[in-house]
Design a protein around this ligand. Structure first.
Ligand code: ZN
Length: 255
């Protein structure tokens, strides 16, 4: 599969009508009986937290997308997962399909003020991060978080693993599930970090970082294992959605 070669210095690929995508997400969630909570509103947008109960003893999973407004595959993957409705019975899923709708209106990484929400989870100055954190504080602990992202510079799909307690890793099963549907980034260095087979296991001391991404909030406060999934946005949008959906389904199905 060839790269499109469109992204010169930023993302210049396909964009989405975020209002239409969010309407479709709401109707798919309602059709499949997800509970829906609005945890923030601004202009005509509602920030949704969707909930699907699992079975007793099942894992509790926080799945979030759309924190960067120039990464359309995340919300589209959330929509596809809802529409296909092939969720395993066991896990309880909290799905936050779009954390930055105002960024999508502008097709930009940051919010309407240009602030990168994914650097605002330690001492939040944005309403979006503050309201998400306030919602998180009302939730139980999660067994797993998955953050859906895209990278316009990537050679292929890759992921970051946070697993400080050395629990059984889901990285290999996710990468194996993505490999048939989307190229992997097999570079030895990705985003300046050592990588192997599309997997980055960063050594991050949260306390030393002033600007937490969402994942560092999760690993510090809510969850002891999680993954940031990065689809390569120089490939066709459909391919990137396929990659994120395949990775999420593999993680959810894994016992
Ligand atoms: Zn991102």
């Amino acid at each position: 599969m060839q790269r499109l070669g469109k992204n010169l210095g930023a993302y210049f690929g396909a964009t989405i009508d975020i209002r239409a995508v969010l309407r479709a997400i709401e109707s798919a969630a309602a059709a499949h009986h997800w509970a829906s909570e609005i945890f923030h509103s601004e202009r005509d947008f509602h920030w949704l937290a969707l909930h699907r109960p699992g079975r007793p003893g099942g894992k509790r999973i926080h799945l979030s997308a759309g924190i960067h407004g120039d990464e359309p595959a995340g919300p589209l993957a959330a929509l596809r997962l809802l529409q296909e409705n092939r969720w395993p019975d066991d896990p309880e899923v909290f799905l936050l399909p779009c954390l930055n709708p105002l960024g999508f209106v502008l097709n930009q990484r940051g919010n309407a003020q240009g602030i990168d929400l994914n650097r605002d989870y330690r001492n939040p100055r944005t309403a979006e991060a503050r309201r998400h954190i306030a919602w998180l504080e009302r939730q139980p602990q999660f067994d797993l978080y998955l953050c859906l992202h895209e990278d316009w510079e990537a050679q292929g799909f890759y992921l970051y693993e946070q697993n400080p307690d050395g629990q059984p890793s889901l990285a290999d099963v996710m990468v194996a599930a993505v490999q048939p549907v989307c190229p992997l980034d097999l570079s030895a260095t990705i985003e300046g970090r050592p990588a192997q087979g599309g997997i980055i296991r960063p050594n991050i001391s949260a306390q030393e970082r002033p600007d937490w991404p969402e994942a560092l909030y999760h690993i510090t406060h809510k969850s002891r294992q999680g993954y940031t999934l990065e689809a390569p946005s120089d490939f066709p949008l459909e391919t990137r959605v396929n990659a994120l959906v395949a990775a999420v389904q593999a993680a959810l199905a894994h016992k």
